[in-house]
Design a protein around this ligand. Structure first.
Ligand code: SF4
Length: 678
């Protein structure tokens, strides 16, 4: 095209897991705006404020444009060769001195599937360790673990296109109109067509206002709530006996356990009146079809995996799996967190959830990659920081993540990273984590690369390069390949298309996927063969594991309950105009919502003697910070709600590092804090 012409490149949004497509508008090698693409498979012409206005972060002047090496304590610019040689030499040295398991990597839910695949291959095949994980550990790992136990596949069962036709929606621990706005819009379409909506949330989220029933449960009482609802369903004979008989196992023990959850007891635990429990049971169970949606309000608890399995129990009890407009639908937070899991950026899984402990699977990857592989499961993310403090872990390679800001008990995370001998951070901005690094490598944004993202409904979609990497930045995939070559593992790919061919050849879920086939519409996995059209609804004839498994689940309280010293519960979540701290690099989005406004109830404000917009100090057992407040009845008395969008108000210095026993996901959603006027 001529230089003055605007080129339009269809690609996939880099923010939430909805996976909207739009056109990047490019002029003179710069992204100048975003326009809707009416053929976008998930969203049509709809986009939220983040997708529409957040792309000015691509050309933000704060982008990292050259490698940096720490010299005399200061990060100074360096040539690529010097930086890559240094990283390769240090990794080699640490491996020789302390063994391969002294190194670990965090992969990135912002990077493409192809890049995630390359990083796990690099760690496993070149370094020789399964110490690879990513931020799913701190968000939806309980989904992956819980749904795998119940259904045999740790992914969303249904598709976004079904939402406008839903008859009943049960939204628990999710705030779609702010965190997944285009999904929220689809829910509103269903409401306009007469669907019924049940919301379960301690906070009065926007959707609660248009719901038929809002269950204001106490934080961390989800298992009790769901068991109580199921107790009522059974007592009224609202279960689906033929589905239970034909499609599931484990019902008897599960049913016995429910007897311990009579409505009155559940009401006491959850704070939800008995009539509302009954109404929820009636609406959900007597509908012909009902969809469950959840996010981190379910998973980010010490009982995260139990919470997920409870929802799976509820869906199976009423036969709400395996058909359209039903199912259990986790809304994934980050654009490619589904894909990073699919690609094996997990310590126990090769791509496609093939287990590292399975000798046959291991042999397949050993033969394909021409290496021998560690048979032991690697470290999960929270254990990496502990191992660093113990000095068992000596080096980390962190690609596109900022755990100092995003992980619970952030002061502990910082201590872990500071204990390392060598830290490499690859990112597009100077993150708080990158500030601690020995080497910083400038990666490329989604607009500067070609590859694929997989959204929350398992749709693998193209990310198409619109501009060249900014300055001297390089794509993350290219950097990993350079490092592999420098570490004696000759590696060359013509393109990310070729990486996808390798993924497809080794990963049955992605077996029939190629960039060419994805085109403008993508494909929903499993896609086992080249002529397979993709899968909109999972578990239609049988569950992935054969029969669905009922699990008896006991309620356990949150790890940290309010007490005299820390009388408030801190709850965390997102707001509409921001996406983690990342969007602070978008002037447009930052201007919508430039600072933290922690929410507290008017009665608490009165007692604390604070007014709207004043500052308070919030202290937990792990850290403290100051924040401005907003006074609102959206939060109940005794709760403070904060987002995690602001570097200058790093909420996660407060949150609890106690973790779910199965998935090790932190309990971000409930911890004790004290609030004082500053
Ligand atoms: Fe992007 Fe999510 Fe907004 Fe869609 S809903 S435009 S994927 S942030």
């Amino acid at each position: 095209g001529r230089p003055w012409e605007v080129k339009k490149v269809q690609t996939t949004c880099p923010f939430c897991g909805t996976g909207c497509n739009f056109d990047l508008n490019v002029k003179d090698g710069k992204v100048i705006g975003v326009t809707s693409n009416p053929n976008a498979p998930v969203n049509g012409k709809a986009l939220c404020v983040k997708g529409r206005f957040g792309m000015d972060m691509i050309n933000n002047p704060n982008r990292l444009t050259t490698p940096l090496i720490r010299k005399d304590g200061v990060l100074v610019p360096a040539e690529w060769d010097e930086a890559l040689d240094l990283v390769a030499a240090k990794f080699r040295e640490i491996k020789e001195n302390y063994g391969a398991n002294a190194l670990a990597a965090l992969s990135s839910a912002h990077c493409t599937n192809e890049e995630n695949y390359l990083l796990q291959k690099f760690m496993r095949g070149v370094i020789g360790t399964n110490n690879i994980d990513h931020c799913a550990r701190v968000c939806h790992a309980p989904t992956v673990a819980g749904l795998a136990v119940s259904f045999g596949s740790g992914a969303s069962t249904n598709s976004f296109e079904e939402i406008p036709n839903a008859k009943v929606m049960f939204v628990i621990g999710a705030n779609p109109t702010e965190a997944h706005p285009v999904v929220g819009t689809k829910m509103k379409q269903a409401l306009a067509k007469g669907a019924k909506l049940i919301v379960a949330d301690p906070r009065q989220i926007e959707l609660a206002e248009s719901s038929h029933l809002w269950l204001r449960l106490r934080p961390g009482t989800d298992v009790a709530l769901i068991n109580g609802i199921m107790n009522i369903i059974l007592a009224n004979g609202w279960e689906d006996p033929s589905f239970i008989e034909a499609r599931t196992e484990g019902f008897d023990k599960f049913g016995e356990n429910l007897e311990n959850y009579p409505p009155e007891k559940v009401s006491q635990i959850t704070g939800v009146p008995v009539e509302q429990l009954e109404e929820a049971a009636r609406i959900y169970a007597t509908a012909e079809r009902a969809m469950i949606f959840y996010t981190l309000g379910i998973t980010e608890h010490t009982t995260g995996t139990d919470n997920v399995m409870s929802l799976a129990n509820l869906a199976m009890l009423t036969g709400n799996v395996g058909k359209e407009c039903s199912g259990v639908n986790p809304l994934r937070g980050q654009n490619n967190v589904q894909g990073s899991c699919d690609m094996g950026a997990l310590p126990g899984d090769y791509p496609g959830y093939q287990k590292v402990v399975n000798p046959e699977v291991r042999k397949k990857f050993e033969e394909a990659w021409g290496v021998s592989l560690d048979p032991n499961i690697g470290l999960m993310l929270p254990d990496m920081f502990k191992a660093a403090i113990n000095r068992d872990l000596r080096a980390m390679y962190i690609m596109g993540e900022d755990p100092v800001i995003t992980d619970a008990d952030a002061n502990h995370v910082r201590k872990g990273l500071e204990s390392l001998d060598f830290l490499v951070v690859q990112d597009i901005f100077m993150s708080e984590t990158a500030k601690l690094a020995d080497v910083v490598l400038p990666g490329a944004s989604f607009a500067e690369k070609t590859g694929t993202f997989t959204n929350a409904e398992r749709r693998v979609q193209m990310v198409n390069q619109a501009i060249k990497p900014i300055g001297n930045a390089r794509t993350d995939g290219e950097i990993i390949i350079e490092l592999a070559n420098r570490m004696g593992y000759p590696s060359s790919y013509e393109s990310s298309e070729e990486v996808m061919q390798e993924i497809a050849s080794l990963t049955p879920l992605y077996g029939g996927i190629s960039h060419q086939r994805l085109g403008t519409q993508g494909l929903q996995w499993p896609v086992p063969s080249l002529d397979h059209p993709g899968s909109k609804v999972l578990h239609q004839e049988t569950f992935s594991r054969g029969k669905g498994l009922f699990m008896p689940i006991e309620y356990q309280a949150a790890n940290e309950l309010p007490d005299e010293e820390y009388p408030f519960v801190l709850n965390t979540g997102r707001k509409l105009s921001h996406y983690n701290v990342f969007t602070q690099n978008s002037e447009a989005l930052e201007s919508y919502s430039p600072e933290e406004l922690a929410e507290i109830n008017p009665l608490d404000a009165q007692q604390l003697d604070v007014k709207e917009g004043e500052r308070v100090k919030v202290v937990s057992r792990r850290g403290e910070l100051e924040t401005k407040i907003r006074i609102t009845e959206r939060v109940p008395q005794g709760m403070i709600f904060m987002t995690f969008h602001y570097m200058e108000t790093p909420t996660n210095v407060l949150t609890n590092g106690a973790a779910d026993k199965v998935s090790k996901t932190y309990e971000y959603k409930a911890c004790g804090v004290r609030i004082t006027k500053t």
